[in-house]
Design a protein around this ligand. Sequence first.
Ligand SMILES: *[C@@H]1O[C@H](CO)[C@@H](O)[C@H](O)[C@H]1NC(C)=O
Ligand SMILES: *[C@@H]1O[C@H](CO)[C@@H](O)[C@H](O)[C@H]1NC(C)=O
Ligand SMILES: *[C@@H]1O[C@H](CO)[C@@H](O)[C@H](O)[C@H]1NC(C)=O
Ligand SMILES: *[C@@H]1O[C@H](CO)[C@@H](O)[C@H](O)[C@H]1NC(C)=O
Ligand SMILES: *[C@@H]1O[C@H](CO)[C@@H](O)[C@H](O)[C@H]1NC(C)=O
Ligand SMILES: *[C@@H]1O[C@H](CO)[C@@H](O)[C@H](O)[C@H]1NC(C)=O
Length: 383
Amino acid sequence: MRLATLALLAAPAAAAKSYLSWMADSWILNNREDEGAYWYGRATIYEGYEAAYELYGNETLLSWYHAQIDDIVNEDGSIVDFNETYYSLDDYRIGNNFLYWYERTGEEKFRLAADRIRAMLDRHPRTETGGFWHRQPVYPNQMWLDGIFMADVFYAKWTKLFDAKNRTAWDDIVLQWDKIEAVTRDPGGTGLLVHGFDESKTAIWADPVTGASPLVWNRAVGWYFVSLIEVLDIYPKHLPGYKRLLGYYKRLAGALKEAQDPKTDGWYLVLSKEYIGAEGNYFESSAAAMFTYGWLAGLRRGYLDERKFSRPAAKAYRHLIDDFVTKHRNGTLTWEGTVQVGSLNSNATFEYYTSIPVVPNDTRGVGPFLLAAYEWELRQKHK
Ligand SMILES: *[C@@H]1O[C@H](CO)[C@@H](O)[C@H](O)[C@H]1NC(C)=O
Ligand SMILES: *[C@@H]1O[C@H](CO)[C@@H](O)[C@H](O)[C@H]1NC(C)=O
Ligand SMILES: *[C@@H]1O[C@H](CO)[C@@H](O)[C@H](O)[C@H]1NC(C)=O
Ligand SMILES: *[C@@H]1O[C@H](CO)[C@@H](O)[C@H](O)[C@H]1NC(C)=O
Ligand SMILES: *[C@@H]1O[C@H](CO)[C@@H](O)[C@H](O)[C@H]1NC(C)=O
Ligand SMILES: *[C@@H]1O[C@H](CO)[C@@H](O)[C@H](O)[C@H]1NC(C)=O
């Protein structure tokens, strides 16, 4: 959890222009109103706004964010247009934002809204060994890296706030990460993780023995890397699961260093070894932002060795600014180069992943960029 006191470190008028503030302001101006109000892309970008407020204390920005969340939560905690019997992990991510507003304002409706999502987890279908299905009915028995970010950080945060002594819950939480680590390690030896697995081994892409999908898709790895940073801030340090989570984080941080392209300092969309440099593969921006954020956040928390990771992280941050941030004549910034989607409701081949369009201003790229900029700008202040 970020410390509220960090806001005090913010100078009233920063000398160098802050990309964090600039991108946050720009995205509001270029805002797309056609997206679902509670969907995970919005939830992701809002987390960037939490970071921007914390560092620079812009009240206008905070009120804008408050209005977005306030509008979709009724007094009884029900969420506008939300279907509480539609079990999709993606839709649970917004629970984190409800908890943020509950902690900020103490307003009961935000807690009630979070409770409703928490109650859905109790009803959510699971694999035989206890993993949450990615979605019912379309992804039965499947766990994806993405789903860990979508649901389990919220599960941990809710538990910390309201059920902290429940050991069963903490074990259940870390089990989700354990299952991903046990099944999705890339057989190609990169140390990265493939997109997901099907415990019933019936999906067309499922490995007949492990159920794993074949390829390393960079955004899924990005969600997962961020989920580790976040859960480590929440998970009780005295429980055995903590050490495992920290180990997962460190191993992945190291594997991402190996996977960083030495020329561009970026990461390919498909990170499986056989496709590095392949025609059609490209340097994608949302995962690059998530990896950069995950490294910088881990450096600040002392999980990573400065001597090994500060240079790669600085280069990665430069790559974000140079290759994905566009400055326009009207004074706004846009964020480029984000792959729109990647789903295991596909044949999960290289051709599939690379056939998906790349789009600008996407919440799933902008949000992680805001978080990376937060860490970067915080780091510059402390130098
Ligand atoms: C605060 O945020 C608002 C909304 O994005 C923006 O218009 C304004 O310029 C920001 N103020 C400062 C001092 O950065
Ligand atoms: C600024 O310019 C960009 C590029 O032309 C455009 O996409 C965007 O909508 C403009 N934003 C505003 C607020 O005018
Ligand atoms: C997104 O950014 C591009 C610049 O790449 C701009 O032309 C476009 O109008 C923007 N779209 C929206 C919806 O903000
Ligand atoms: C909610 O989702 C369930 C499961 O998909 C569906 O059967 C039901 O019709 C949905 N309800 C509404 C109001 O859309
Ligand atoms: C503890 O957590 C588990 C798993 O989330 C839950 O099923 C159970 O109801 C909780 N126990 C109590 C006493 O709240
Ligand atoms: C997999 O799907 C993609 C489109 O998403 C298609 O181009 C490709 O031919 C398919 N490959 C196989 C082996 O079915």
